[in-house]
Design a protein around this ligand. Structure first.
Ligand code: 5GP
Length: 243
């Protein structure tokens, strides 16, 4: 069998798409892209999951948040965050630039409306790594949002991951632990829960949630029209046979 033929067979097996190759755009496949919120207490590994998912899936884009916290070593302006000072952040709130914003661990964080529009406009699901307050606001603004809560496999693993973050002061870590307590209590507001034990498995689960949501009845674009056309076609056929 030729390589091209094999490729064609793989295409068919994946419903028109090569096995293992992600969709480039949700829109081109007849689905409306939607926001996907990931929340978790610090140390659950949510940001690592988000990064791995973005590497794998071209149909998912990242909403880069604004924050007033200083960059950590290795963080890049315009990639990890837009780093703003408080005055600039407040100015942006006042001009209505944010879809949501919240104070987290003593700093301001916010999702720009323009970021959401940029990613959805490119036909991609928009992944947001935001806290529980932001998630509640996004849920109100975008009822189509999918919310996923990432849990650490145990308290020990979570504390261990936090301790390894040597970039933070003791006070900052205590603040994170206090907000972790509050975050855990909000878990019931989320539709999905992924326990982050093995990273690859967690990424696979988040991807599976997105795939399932894509084909959920409410989301299939033009479903009513498609079904009406099918019904019409069947009725025509029945009439032809019975006349
Ligand atoms: P970190 O400082 O560790 O990057 O993030 C601290 C917390 O702020 C995390 O829970 C993260 O999800 C949350 N966060 C990051 N960006 C945003 C945002 O745009 N809005 C809100 N509400 N929370 C955010």
């Amino acid at each position: 069998m030729s390589a091209q033929r094999e490729g064609e067979e793989a295409d068919v097996a994946a419903g028109g798409r090569r096995v293992g190759q992600p969709r480039v755009s949700a829109k081109t496949e007849g689905h409306n892209p939607f926001p996907v919120v990931l929340s978790s207490p610090s140390g659950a590994g949510k940001t690592t999951i988000a990064k791995a998912l973005l590497k794998e899936r071209q149909d998912v884009g990242y909403s880069i948040s604004c924050t007033t916290r200083p960059p950590r070593p290795g963080e890049v302006e315009g990639k990890d965050y837009y780093f703003l000072d408080r005055a600039e952040f407040v100015r942006r709130i006042e001009e209505g630039a944010f879809a949501e914003s919240a104070e987290v661990h003593g700093s301001l964080y916010g999702t720009l409306k323009a970021e959401i529009e940029r990613v959805l406009g490119a036909g991609r699901h928009v992944l947001m790594d935001i806290d529980i307050q932001g998630a509640a606001l996004i849920r109100q603004a975008f009822p189509a949002v999918v919310t996923i809560f990432i849990l650490p496999p145990s308290g020990e693993v979570m504390l261990d991951r936090l301790r390894k973050r040597k970039t933070e002061s003791k006070e900052a870590i205590v603040r994170r632990l206090e907000s972790a307590l509050r975050e855990l209590q909000a878990i019931e507001q989320y539709e999905y829960v992924v326990v982050n034990d093995v990273l690859e498995e967690s990424v696979r689960r988040v991807a599976a949630i997105i795939d399932a949501e894509v084909v959920s009845r409410e989301r299939v674009a033009g479903l009513r029209e498609q079904v009406a056309a099918l019904i019409q076609r069947l009725e025509d056929e029945i009439n032809t046979h019975s006349s």
